[in-house]
Each structure stands twice: as structure tokens, then as C-alpha cells.
Design a protein around this ligand. Structure first.
Ligand code: FES
Length: 268
């Protein structure tokens, strides 16, 4: 792709067709549903992050992923597994050390880039549909140049997935000791899906299998790369599924913490 020209060098001018596009199918549906889905999720997450309540169920040690790890001095007793380093001002999210990295990890994700370039920026909205902008500079200038930092946000996301895993382990708790309820299943499913999304990352695939000249000399990395490659083909689905599991897990913990309903317990 060219960096500054409006069209690739040597490319021919668009055919002189009066219509904006000759496509007659519902090409606009995918961008539209993406705008609706992402906007709804961001609105829900923003409200929840700044709500500063109903994120911890002390009885069962359920902690919503939106508040993990809870690091402000406003965090309710028992919810801080890694200390309270930050002041409890309302503008500071209780998980201020992790949320910015998670946001940047998703924002720079290869799939989400495609999704919001097409839907929010109309650049272009679909194949064979004109770009919504006159010029095209790719990702060669600030701020889009920062998309190249994705591989580093991957490392941060992997650490945060470890923290979420630890939260899910600590949640096997009840006032009597060990406990197991529907909330544990919700937390576990969310963590498994988060790992699947994180591992299916294109950067992860490159870290594991990239720069190798001969797979035969690296059988373990080849197996890992093969596994990640299979997951990678589902990266888009995992991107959406994890938005769903994150929101559902948060809502479930909120509902239990607020007393809207009680957790279904299997053991203790
Ligand atoms: S490409 Fe989507 S998380 Fe890395």
C-alpha cells in the first residue's frame, strides 16, 4: 500500500460510473451492526467502570473483571488482591492499572481495526464501495502509527489474563471454606474465552512461530504455532464472544452484589 498517495502508484482511475456502488446486497448491514454493537458495549463498560460499586461479592469472593485488580484506596475490603496504590478519586477507575492496557490491546487489535475502520470511519465501509475519505495514508502517520505497538499490548494483556485467572481461582470460596456456584462457572467461562481471544492474537502467532526458517528444527514451537493458527482463524468470533462474556460476567457479579438475585450454589 502506498503511504501518501490517494491511490496506489500505477492504479487506474475508477471507472466512470455515476452510481456510488453497483452492489445491491445489504453491504451496509455489517458496518451498521458493528457500530451498534461496539457503541452499546462501550456505553455499558463506561457506566460500570465509573459506578464504583457492586463489583465485589464478599461472601463468595466474586470480583468483576472490570475492577480487576482493584487498586484504589476506595476498593471495598477484600477486593484488593494486589494492594491499593492509587487514590480513590471518582475519575480514576478502580482497575486503573489494567484497563488502559486492555483498551489499547483491543483498540490496536487487527480485527477491531478492520471493524472500526469500516464501520466508524467508512474507510472503506465494504468491498467495492467507495471510501468515505478523499485521501488515504494507511497507518503510516500519527496517531495510527501507534497501531504498531499492538505486540507490546499483547504482553500486557497476557499478564492481565493471568490476573483474571487468579481471580477465578480465588472465587472458589464460601463462608464455610471451599465453595462452588453458578458464579464460578460464569467467571471460568469468561477466563477461558479471554485466553482463547488473547492466544489467537496475530502478534501471539508471530511471537510463537515467526522468524523461524525451519519448523522441523523447532517441533514444540511448531505445535504451539499450529494450535494458535487454528484459534487465529476464529479471532473475529472470539473478539465478539469475549465482549459478551465480559459484559455478562460483570452484570452477573453486579446483580449478586446488589442483591437483585442470589447465586445458585452447588457446593457451600
Ligand atoms: S490481533 Fe486481535 S488481539 Fe492481537
Amino acid at each position: 500500500m502506498t503511504s501518501t498517495a490517494t491511490k496506489p502508484r500505477g492504479a487506474r482511475a475508477r471507472a466512470a460510473i455515476a452510481a456510488k456502488t453497483l452492489r445491491t446486497d445489504r453491504w451496509w448491514f455489517a458496518p451498521l451492526i458493528t457500530v451498534v454493537g461496539l457503541s452499546a458495549w462501550v456505553a455499558y463498560a463506561t457506566v460500570r467502570v465509573f459506578m464504583h460499586k457492586w463489583y465485589w461479592v464478599d461472601q463468595y469472593h466474586y470480583l468483576t473483571p472490570f475492577y480487576s485488580p482493584c487498586v484504589t484506596d476506595r476498593c471495598v475490603e477484600g477486593s484488593s488482591h494486589f494492594g491499593t496504590l492509587l487514590p480513590g478519586w471518582w475519575i480514576i477507575p478502580d482497575a486503573a492499572l489494567t484497563l488502559p492496557f486492555l483498551l489499547l490491546f483491543r483498540l490496536t487489535c487487527y480485527y477491531y481495526r478492520k471493524a472500526y475502520y469500516r464501520s466508524f470511519w467508512l474507510s472503506p465501509p465494504a468491498c467495492a464501495v467507495p471510501d468515505g475519505h478523499k485521501s488515504y495514508s494507511g497507518e503510516t502517520r500519527f496517531p495510527l502509527l501507534g497501531q504498531n505497538l499492538h505486540r507490546y499490548f499483547f504482553y500486557a494483556a497476557a499478564i492481565i489474563s493471568l490476573i483474571n485467572t487468579w481471580d477465578a481461582v480465588l472465587a472458589f470460596h464460601s463462608p464455610e471454606g471451599f465453595g462452588f456456584g453458578l458464579g464460578n462457572i460464569v467467571l471460568l467461562v469468561n477466563v477461558v474465552m479471554l485466553w482463547a481471544y488473547t492466544i489467537s492474537c496475530h502478534s501471539c502467532r508471530h511471537i510463537i512461530g515467526g522468524r523461524l526458517k525451519h519448523f522441523s528444527a523447532h517441533p514444540v514451537r511448531y505445535r504451539a504455532w499450529t494450535f494458535v493458527s487454528k484459534l487465529n482463524t476464529r479471532h473475529m468470533q472470539l473478539a465478539w464472544i469475549t465482549l459478551g462474556t465480559l459484559a455478562f460476567t460483570d452484570f452477573y457479579v453486579m446483580a449478586i452484589a446488589a442483591g437483585w438475585f442470589t447465586d445458585l450454589r452447588f457446593i457451600n
